[in-house]
Every structure is written in structure tokens, then in C-alpha cells.
Design a protein around this ligand. Structure first.
Ligand code: ZN
Length: 473
């Protein structure tokens, strides 16, 4: 826990520059078909309200429509970050929302934090109505853990009966999913999965520390958060590692023993990872349609690959968050010498396994775990870092883009958004200077970002950056 989780919820006020809402004809752009990795040149896009009304060459529009020359830029669907925590402190969206937009991220899935659901839904509704300028929100933060809970404010379940009762509550409160967390026991986890299915809610989240990946696949878990459990399941010793942890937790939950077992996993996985076993696991995941939100960028925090103190992103977060980043952290202190020594090898194995997962058609949702509560993971910026890691691991830029622009809205089942630029779709778009299929560097400085029909041109994005820097002083 850190200080941000101790605040109570306050009212959000957002002051952001934006152009007056108006219908817009964006002309002279090249459309990027991310799924097929093809381009359609010299197109126009007509935006009415928050929707795309027309797409084509030589579109006409009434004189009252504002005209924007796209200058030969490349237009992509807006990006999603499928794993963030934007409600971990009272005013976090004030900073997080503009950080997402300046980075072209027009949709986020929140995976759990402190705000009451009613306050989250109220802000979500204001974004949808165009009253607040921010990314589209999916509220998947109904995280369920064993008592006392790994974080404050979690739903708790220690028995199958409690799991069923918790899902009833989650369903009645209107969450988009049930999120499983690390300390659930297997019987409670299986009851949670069954109850979520009965309630027509996807089960997403951590695979609990005592549950095998294969069990989670069979239980119908729709999405798994983070990546480490996949290389672990590529070891024939997965069952033994789970058994060691069950034993440590049964012995009065001696925390040092539990940490010891978990710390030993990295070495065991490195020693025993098997390609053939991995291919089998990945084929089962792909067959079940189990989506993965890798959050590979989180490794940078553990290895100390942190931005310089004078990096722009450091200046755009509140001073209190920046100051907390340099403080001792329980997660770093839990690392053993062995884990530290093996870190680069473990990261390399994660990336190799990630590339195999992609090749095996395991669906991937780009995700960063950005939050004020997670040091050095930045709203917006870290999603672009994550995409760069995917390319470094072997994906093409277009394949990496797919995981952020196409896969998330399809996984969420959004009716008006599917990663294509077509009439009827929500007008969440990013205009780029260069062809992103040839490299993702152009994502770092969009020419314009369109969020729910509101056009933020480069000048507006620059003003937002300046305001963030001023507030961060
Ligand atoms: Zn998270």
C-alpha cells in the first residue's frame, strides 16, 4: 500500500483545452487498415457528433461543417490501454485523462482501484456525453481476493458461497467484468468463474497463485492479466511450484516462506522451460480464446529502467507522485538477490514466450498497468512503451498496433467500435505524420487526436502538455 490509497474520494474537476464541438470534415488523409496492414490514400472522414458519418474520396459536406486538412497524414483508430488503474487516488483522472489523449490513447480499461463504482460510472457517463474530455472507460475493477485482500477496497471471498454472493453484488452494481486476484484458493476461484459465467460477466484477472494455468483455461477465464504465468506453465514443474506455494500458505501463511517460494520460481522456470510444452499450452489458450494483457513494461520498474528525473513525462505527473516514485518500495524490497541476478534472463524468456504466444494466435490486449500507485508506470506513455516492447519481441508494427487499436474494443464487445474507420463507428481517431505500419515512433507525437468527436489538433495537444507541465511543478 502507498499513500495514494489512503486518500478518500474527492470531486473531479477537469479543465482541459478543447476545440468547440462541431461537425468536422477531415480531408486529405491516408486511412490505415490495421487488421489487414493496408493503406487507402486520399480519403476524407466526416464526423458528426461523436460518430463517423462518412468515409470516402471526395466527400461533400455542408458549408457549416468545419474543414480540417489532414495534410497527407495517416489516420488510425484510437488506441486502448487494456490494463490501467486510473482511480487509485481522488484526482488521478485530472492528470491521467490528458496524458492518455496526448499519447493517442482514447480508450482505457480500469482494472481496480479505490473509487466507489457510482463515482466511476458518473465520470464514465460524463465522458460518453462529451461533458468531460477523456478516454472512453471500461470499468472492470471489481477485483475479488481472499481476505484480507492484497489491496484496500477489494471484494473478498474465502469460500465458494462467498464467491457466489460477491458475483451477485458485482453484477448488481454494473461492473463490466469480474476480476480474480492472486490469493483466492482454487475452490473459491472455480466457484467465482462459474458464478461469473452464470451472471454473463467475463472473468478476467490474475490467475490465482495456487491455480494452474490449465485450470484457468478449463474454468473459462476470458482474460488473464500479466504474463509471468505463461512461461511458468511452459515448465513441467508448474505443478510442483504450485504445490510448494500451497504448502507454504497452509503453514499458517508464513509470509516469508510464501515470498521465498515465489522468488524461487524465476530460476526454476529458466531452468525447466520447454518449447514443446509451451506450444501445447499456447494452443490451448488460443483454442479457448483466452486473451492476455501482458503488461511487459512493468519489468522496467523492477530492473530500475526508469526515466531521467528531467524527462517530460516526469514533469507531467503531480509532484507528490513523482516524489513517491523514488522512495523504497515493498515490491522492490521483496526481490531476492537471485531474482535480481536473473532479471535480464527472465525478461528475455518472457519476450520469447510472448512472441510464441502471438505466433500461436493467443489474442493479446495491449496493456501497461499504468497508475499513480505503480511507480514509473505512466498513463499514456507506458502504453507506447509496451507497444515498442512487442515490436522488439518480434511483432511487426502493424501487429503491435492491432493489440491496441483493434483487439481491445472487440474483446469488450463494443457495438460502435471495432478498430476500423467506417461509418457508424465512434470517432476515436489519431492522425499521424508517418505510416505507423513502418514504425511506431510516429505515435509519440500525433498530429491530431480525435476523442469522441472532439478534435485536438497539434496546437491543442501542445497546450495540454504545457498545462500538465505547469501543474506538475
Ligand atoms: Zn494492475
Amino acid at each position: 500500500m502507498n499513500i495514494f490509497q489512503m486518500f478518500m474520494v474527492a470531486t473531479v474537476t477537469l479543465a482541459m483545452p478543447q476545440l468547440a464541438a462541431a461537425d468536422t470534415l477531415l480531408s486529405n488523409v491516408t486511412l490505415v487498415d490495421v487488421e489487414n496492414e493496408t493503406l487507402v490514400e486520399d480519403q476524407s472522414v466526416l464526423i458528426e457528433g461523436n460518430r463517423i458519418a462518412g468515409v470516402g474520396a471526395g466527400l461533400s459536406a455542408p458549408d457549416t461543417v468545419r474543414r480540417i486538412d489532414g495534410g497527407g497524414g495517416y489516420l488510425i483508430p484510437g488506441l486502448w490501454d487494456a490494463h490501467v488503474h486510473v482511480f487509485s487516488s481522488p484526482t488521478e483522472p485530472d492528470t491521467a485523462f490528458p496524458l492518455y489523449l496526448i499519447n493517442g490513447v482514447t480508450g482505457i480499461r480500469d482494472m481496480g482501484a479505490l473509487w466507489p463504482i457510482g463515482d466511476q460510472q458518473a465520470l464514465q457517463a460524463r465522458v460518453e456525453a462529451g461533458e468531460v474530455l477523456g478516454p472512453r472507460l471500461i470499468l472492470s475493477g471489481a477485483w475479488v481476493d481472499a481476505a484480507p485482500g492484497s489491496w484496500p477496497g477489494m471484494f473478498l471471498a474465502d469460500t465458494p458461497d462467498e464467491a457466489r454472493a460477491v458475483v451477485d453484488r458485482i453484477a448488481s452494481e454494473g461492473w463490466a467484468a469480474v476480476k480474480s486476484y492472486s490469493m483466492l484458493d482454487e475452490a473459491t476461484y472455480l466457484a467465482l468463474a462459474k458464478a461469473a459465467g452464470d451472471a454473463d460477466l467475463p472473468l478476467v484477472g490474475h490467475i490465482p497463485e495456487r491455480v494452474a494455468l490449465g485450470t484457468a483455461i478449463m474454468a473459462g477465464q476470458a482474460g488473464m492479466e500479466h504474463f509471468g504465468r505463461i512461461p511458468m506453465a511452459c515448465s513441467p514443474r508448474e505443478g510442483a511450484m504450485l504445490g510448494d506455494l500451497r504448502a507454504a500458505m497452509a503453514n499458517g501463511a508464513d509470509q516469508a516462506a510464501v515470498f521465498g517460494v515465489m522468488a524461487a520460481r524465476n530460476r526454476i522456470v529458466l531452468e525447466s522451460w520447454e518449447g514443446a510444452l509451451c506450444a501445447d499450452v499456447l494452443a490451448r489458450m488460443a483454442g479457448a480464446g483466452m486473451h492476455v494483457s501482458p503488461t511487459l513494461v512493468v519489468a522496467d520498474f523492477y530492473t530500475g529502467n526508469w526515466p531521467a528525473a528531467d524527462a517530460p513525462r516526469m514533469g507531467m505527473i503531480p509532484a507528490a507522485v513523482r516524489d513517491a516514485s523514488g522512495k523504497p518500495d515493498f515490491r522492490l524490497e521483496a526481490m531476492t538477490e537471485e531474482v535480481r541476478a536473473l532479471a535480464q534472463d527472465s525478461i528475455a524468456l518472457d519476450r520469447r514466450t510472448f512472441a510464441l504466444a502471438h505466433a500461436a494466435s493467443v489474442p493479446i490486449l495491449a496493456s501497461s498497468d499504468a497508475s499513480f500507485a505503480n511507480p514509473y508506470l505512466f498513463h499514456g506513455f507506458s502504453l507506447l512503451d509496451e507497444l515498442d516492447i512487442y515490436v522488439a519481441a518480434g511483432l511487426t508494427p502493424g501487429e503491435a498496433l492491432f493489440t491496441a487499436a483493434v483487439a481491445p474494443p472487440r474483446f469488450f464487445g463494443l457495438e460502435d467500435q471495432d478498430g476500423t474507420i467506417a461509418p457508424g463507428r465512434r470517432a476515436d481517431l489519431v492522425l499521424l505524420d508517418a505510416n505507423p505500419l513502418e514504425g511506431l515512433a510516429t505515435l509519440r507525437r500525433p498530429r491530431a487526436v480525435i476523442a469522441g468527436g472532439t478534435v485536438l489538433d497539434r496546437a491543442a495537444l501542445d497546450r495540454m502538455e504545457a498545462e500538465l507541465l505547469a501543474r506538475g511543478e
